[in-house]
Every structure is written in structure tokens, then in C-alpha cells.
Design a protein. Sequence first.
Length: 95
Amino acid sequence: MSESQLYPIIRKLRQNRMEDELKNKVIKALESVLHPDLGKNIIYLGIVSGLEVQNGNIRFAIEVNAKDGSQMEPLRKAAEVAVLSIHGVKSVTAV
């Protein structure tokens, strides 16, 4: 393989490594977000799903009972704020 053929592969590996590191930081940040009724962090409770990291854009869902959805809006906002505080994060979408 020539150097020009290796460059895209190396670049993709570096990007994947950086995204894995950022994903770990996101999980750590979400561990600081406590469920208002249960007093445990949302990672420990297992209510964060679908975490995606792509080019500094973060997406995830917080699973709560539909009837509690509007009451849990501050929890969703707190999760977004926690993740936005991480260096390298460009945007956060939490649903």
C-alpha cells in the first residue's frame, strides 16, 4: 500500500479514537446528572440509550415514562448542559 492509500485509513482510525474518547467523556458527564425522584445518576439507572458521537455532535435518548415526559424536561436540559460543557462538543440533542 502506498502512503496516499494509507492516509485515509489512518485519518479514520484517529477520528474513531477521538470519538471513543469523547464518548467516554460524555458518559462521565452524564454520570453527574441525577434523576430528581430517584437520586441516582442517569447512567447508573440505565435510562440513557442510543448514544451517538459524530464529529463533535452528540445524540442520545433519556428513557422515561411517557406520562412523566414534561416533568422530566429539566432532567433532559441538565443532561444537555452537562454534555455541552465538554471541550470538543459542538452540539447536543437529547430526547
